[in-house]
Write a protein that binds this ligand. Structure first.
Ligand code: WT7
Length: 649
């Protein structure tokens, strides 16, 4: 738990929602009355919302089946198709000419894709994927830059009932390989490369490398030629996206699937073991993606221009760059490039050029752009903005205030959204035109969501901190971990005997019932809003021939939220270049985001009598704080002194 986060506990500023605009939920009274509706008729309220917001091929017969808890089933008996809900129904309603996606490349090229064009391309892509032999239920890996074809690929999978698994484009070939293996994917969809910092980030070679080992399940690779970098072509396996789409009809009947049909797998880090494939299903996920767009952002599809800066490799990109905006028939912005290229005004320029009205990004980006100076946002006309969102980690009040004052000119509500890959969509967030906000608090649970802060025994804690739990199922909840039911139960439900969903976050409730997040209570790190398991980084380090043992902890970092600090025991004497080599090694195993910021060597790691690494001690050492752990039982106390010496990265 970092100091910057703890400082939020003393925060007592409060901001009333802007006046003069009626939000989808327009007052706290209305908010509480919807909560009451859920309380008095949980199933009935969800039933009404599911009828109102989704278009069904066959109506569902049951709202929620709890009989196999914690494997909950929503909207059983119903059939629908997600791509039909995101595309066909809008085109049929006469919105074919409305822009679905505005895409901007780093070099400045802009593409506007209408709903009709998007539907045509999704149908063509779906036909190609079908012809390749992919059937409903088969897994498809999507490893792509932020280009419209990535969204088209996702929607095309959904159209034929294939399960997509998007792998973040900056993950290493090794990480890609592991995910392909775990999902037993039949097809990989990729691009030659993507634009990044004025150059090209090659992607297809990474796929070739990932497939060079034992990924026997993959039969074909569909390649979008986009960046123009030279690539090797594996004839017989590789298929050119544009060539293949060219000859397909722009018609592909959407497959009506069961409500609970799996929609996607998205891998995320846990405190133990390999990344886990979080499984989401169709109807409940889409309903919540669609609803939260309206509730948390007050989204108006006919007049808003919505921009979520997240990459589609993360859940935020799934729910709020693609599915949420499109389910509502709105317009979403996609940007392929880095936020600070060619200068730190780039995001603000895009907002001004296109007239973005709702902007959604991460605290780490806000802190970096704040540091770059007010002159950058001040160069651009940001008057179109009306709602500002944040996600991924607790936002420190300083960053919140800057976002509020300098970007929103005190006019725009700040919507701090707490949720997880597992929750599918927002869970705790202010309603922009109803909930007073406090800098650093995600405020209150959304309607229909039942959260509590509890102690070790599951008892609500009125004062002080505790753990966040969710007490009732919700439609977009994960349906499991791909291929590992037991791990699903152990990770989320065991802690409170199957009664509550355990989120893994430390939190505190203030006198108004507002929730303040205080960081993870498990061994999961949050580095620039990216979730990483300490174990993953430790195993990556341990796979280097020079390393005997490694322990990884987080330490507070002004920009990244948390930085990665690794304590390493070597098999040999450290050479000059070893620190740099270990960092490169971790990047190769996982991806550049997992590179330790700080590596320290010692003869041994501090362990308890039972052989457990003393992580709290390591966290104190990493942060340069006074040591709060009892080290009297340590066999070799000199190791503490050794570990306090920072290495040079
Ligand atoms: C973890 C989930 C949900 C999309 C992005 C991250 C942290 C997320 C907030 C917030 C405080 C937050 C939590 C959570 N987190 N949003 N607004 N305030 N903490 O998804 O990679 O699944 O990570 O991110 O620790 O458990 P994820």
């Amino acid at each position: 738990m970092s100091e910057t986060i703890m400082s939020t506990l003393e925060e007592n500023r409060s901001f009333n929602p802007p006046q003069g605009h009626k939000g989808h939920i327009s007052s706290l009274d209305e908010y509480f009355s919807i909560h009451e509706q859920f309380k008095s008729d949980f199933d009935g309220t969800w039933r009404t919302l599911a009828h109102e917001h989704l278009s069904w091929s066959e109506p569902f017969t049951r709202v929620l089946d709890r009989s196999k808890a914690p494997f909950f089933r929503w909207f059983d008996g119903g059939k629908l198709n997600l791509s039909e809900n995101c595309l066909d129904r809008h085109v049929e309603a006469g919105l074919g000419d409305r822009t679905a996606i505005i895409w901007e490349a780093e070099a400045g090229e802009v593409r506007r894709i209408s709903y009709q064009e998007l539907l045509d391309d999704v149908c063509k892509a779906a036909n190609v994927i079908k012809e390749i032999g992919v059937e409903a239920g088969d897994r498809v890996i999507i490893y792509m830059p932020m280009i419209p074809e990535a969204a088209i690929a996702m929607l095309a999978c959904a159209r034929i009932g294939a399960i997509h698994s998007v792998v973040f484009g900056a993950f290493s070939p090794q990480a890609l390989h592991d995910r392909i293996q775990d999902a037993e994917a039949k097809l990989v969809i990729t691009a030659d490369g993507g634009g990044r910092r004025g150059g090209i980030h090659a992607m297809k070679p990474g796929v070739d490398e990932a497939l060079s080992g034992t990924c026997l399940s993959v039969q074909h690779v569909l390649v979008v030629r986009h960046a123009g970098n030279a690539i090797e072509w594996n004839a017989g396996r590789d298929i050119d996206w544009h060539q293949a789409l060219k000859f397909q009809p722009a018609v592909c009947p959407p497959l009506a699937v069961d409500s609970e049909h799996p929609l996607f797998i998205l891998y995320t880090s846990g405190s133990t073991g390999k990344p886990k494939g979080i499984l989401h299903s169709t109807a409940g996920y889409l309903l919540w993606a669609s609803l939260t767009m309206r509730w948390s952002f007050d989204f108006r599809p006919e007049s808003d221009l919505f921009w979520c800066t997240a990459d589609i490799g993360w859940i935020t990109g799934h729910t709020y760059s693609v599915y949420g905006p499109l389910a509502n028939g709105g317009t979403t912005v996609m940007y392929e490039g880095v936020p600070t290229y060619p200068d730190p005004g780039r995001l603000w320029k895009i907002c001004a050029d296109h007239g973005v009205t709702i902007f959604y990004t991460a605290p780490t980006a806000i802190r970096a752009l704040k540091k770059a100076g007010d002159e950058w946002p001040n160069k651009h006309d940001l008057s179109s903005l009306r709602v500002l969102g944040t996600v991924g980690e607790p936002i420190n009040p300083e960053a919140w205030m800057w976002y509020h004052d300098v970007i929103g000119k005190t006019r725009c509500p700040i919507v701090d959204t707490w949720w997880q890959t597992e929750t599918g969509g927002h869970m705790i967030a202010p309603l922009p035109f109803a909930t007073p906000t406090k800098p650093g608090s995600a405020t209150l649970a959304l309607p229909g969501i039942d959260v509590e802060v509890v102690d070790e025994h599951g008892k609500p804690v009125s004062e002080g901190g505790g753990m966040l739990v969710i007490r009732q199922p919700w439609p977009a909840m994960l349906r499991g971990i791909w291929g590992d039911d037991q791990r699903y139960i152990d990770t989320y439900w065991k802690k409170f005997d199957g009664r509550y969903y355990f989120a893994g976050d430390g939190a505190r409730k203030d006198k108004d019932g507002y929730i303040w997040f205080m960081g993870r209570v498990d061994d999961v790190l949050n580095v620039s809003g990216h979730r990483l398991g300490t174990m993953e980084i430790e195993s990556a380090l341990a796979s280097h021939p020079a390393v005997a043992e490694a322990a990884v902890v987080g330490r507070p970092d002004e920009l990244k939220g948390e930085a990665i600090c690794a304590f390493v025991v070597l098999k040999c004497k450290p050479g000059d270049k070893l620190i740099a080599e270990l960092r490169v090694h971790v990047a190769r195993e996982i991806g550049p985001i997992a590179k330790p910021d700080d590596i320290r060597f010692a003869n041994s790691l501090p362990k308890t009598r039972s052989g457990k690494i003393m992580r709290r001690l390591l966290r104190d050492i990493a942060a340069g704080r006074d040591i709060t752990s009892d080290i009297s039982t340590l066999e070799d106390q000199s190791v503490v002194l050794q570990l306090q010496q920072p290495g040079k990265a």
